[in-house]
Structure formats: C-alpha cells, structure tokens
Ligand binder design. Structure first.
Ligand code: MF3
Ligand code: CO
Ligand code: CO
Length: 265
C-alpha cells in the first residue's frame, strides 16, 4: 500500500518556520564559503560556522548530536560523510564536503556542498559534478504525491551511467523539529521507498553520496563518526532541504552565492 505519514505534513505556520530555518542555514553556507580554501584547517571552518550561528542566536545542530563533537561536518577526499573538523589543512587538489545544519526557533535546516580546492583532477571534478547533477535531477523528478523511490531511481541511473557508485548506508531524511525523522530517503531504489509517497507538507533532504570507485563504506573505529570509502577513492556529496508543496518541490536551502542548478564545476 502506498502511504505517507500524515503527522509529518506541515501546516502553513510550520512551513514558514522551516523556510526561515533553511534560509538562515543557506545564509550560513554563504558566510563560510569564502573561508573554504587552500591553507585553512577544517577546525577553522568549524569555528566560523559555530560563531556565526551563535552570533544570530541559533544553534548548530551537529554539536552534541549523538555525541558529535563539532558544529559541522567536514569530509575531505575519501571521507564520504560525518568527517570531524580537526587540524587538517586544506591543500590544492582536495575536494571537501562541508555539511551545515542549524536549529532556528526549534526547526532544522540542513544542507551541504562539495568544494574544489585549488587545482583538482578532472576525475574529482567529474565526481563532484555527478553528485550535484544527481541531487538536482532527483529534485526535478519530484511531483506532489510521488513515490520516494523516484529519487533513488534517478540518482542510480545517472551515477551508473557516468561510471560512479551510490552509497547505500547513509540516506536522506525527513526533518523539522527533529534533525532526522521519517521518511527515510535512500539514494537508490528500495522496496520501502517504493511504498512511501511525498505529499504536500513533507519536508526532507536529498543528499546523494557518490563514490569514484566502490560504493562500500568503512566507519572509523577510533572516532566512531568518520565514514570513508572502502577503496579510499574520493567521494562527493551535495544536500538540500526540500519542502513538497501543492505545486511541486520547493528547495528551502538555496544560497545566494553557491552553485545554482545547471552549474558546471
Ligand atoms: N548533516 C548530516 C545530515 O545531512 C548529519 C550529521 S550528524 C552529525 O544528515 F552528528 F554528524 F552532525
Ligand atoms: Co541531512
Ligand atoms: Co547535512
């Protein structure tokens, strides 16, 4: 049976609150953007995220979330997601995903981008382009009441065609008052996704992680967070928070200065 959880459908006031949270989060992304360059440490990026969020009276959602120690995730090269900011200094040729999430008046906005540092290889650039195109093509495929599975179908089609793979273990998610809630939004087709529909009022993320080589992942046993590719080849990711409306999908985390749909890296 096709269904969508009614309790997750936001009313007008709740949608307004989500728009405000996501719009602040996008503003935060634009604020940190110029700091993400060669020679900067990932801890410095985290400090900028943390301070800006506090300056506006909001809360960095990652800090203390299930014990996460920092205010954003910084995932470099072979790190797929949940990289912990540290003393690592960005160097030319790196690709880095910076994932920021804010809590604004109790509501969450969540987004990430992959940044190219200095001169990067053609293959890393193509990988980053693929993650970006997968995210936007899957957003474009959404219609009110559509099945969640369309997202995974579109993403696997594009990634496979370009010779890349799609991570299974980490998925997009519903969000609102909670950071992670239903629906689960896998970036590959599943039976469960086939059965869930995205009705107007549903808020969720799409955040495909695309790998240059194998799709398989390894969780760091020391820190319990950092997720790497099993073959240590690079991985790229983009994330937006999306609200399904009666008229179709609305991207809530659009930035002023970041890559817009159709962007070529
Ligand atoms: N922002 C990530 C996501 O897109 C989640 C990070 S959880 C943290 O869902 F604890 F690592 F911050
Ligand atoms: Co997310
Ligand atoms: Co995120």
């Amino acid at each position: 049976m096709l269904h969508g959880n009614r309790s997750l459908r936001l009313n007008r006031a709740e949608r307004k609150a989500m728009r405000a949270a996501c719009s602040f989060n996008a503003q935060l992304m634009d604020h940190v953007r110029p700091f993400i360059k060669e020679g900067v440490t990932t801890a410095e990026i985290d400090r900028v995220v943390h301070q800006y969020t506090l300056d506006y009276g909001h809360v960095p959602a990652p800090l203390g979330y299930q014990g996460f120690p920092k205010s954003c995730c910084t995932s470099v090269n072979n790190v797929i997601c949940h990289g912990i900011p540290d003393s690592y200094k960005l160097k030319s040729g790196d690709i880095i995903n910076v994932d920021v999430t804010s809590i604004v008046d109790g509501w969450h906005g969540d987004q990430s981008e992959t940044f190219l540092i200095g001169r990067v290889s053609d293959s890393a650039r193509e990988l980053t382009q693929c993650a970006f195109d997968c995210m936007h093509a899957s957003i474009d495929a959404l219609q009110p009441g559509c099945s969640v599975v369309v997202i995974g179908e579109v993403i696997v089609e594009i990634a496979t065609q370009r010779g890349f793979s799609v991570v299974h273990e980490y998925v997009g998610h519903g969000l609102g008052r909670r950071f992670h809630q239903d629906p689960s939004v896998p970036h590959y087709p599943t039976r469960q996704a086939r059965q869930h529909r995205i009705f107007p009022g549903t808020c969720f993320t799409i955040e495909p992680m695309i790998n240059a080589g194998t799709r398989y992942t390894v969780l760091d046993r020391q820190d319990g967070w950092t997720v790497r590719t099993r073959d240590n080849k690079p991985s790229a990711q983009f994330e937006h928070t999306i609200l399904m409306t009666e008229d179709g999908p609305e991207i809530l985390t659009t930035t002023r200065d970041g890559p817009q749909p159709g962007h070529q890296f």
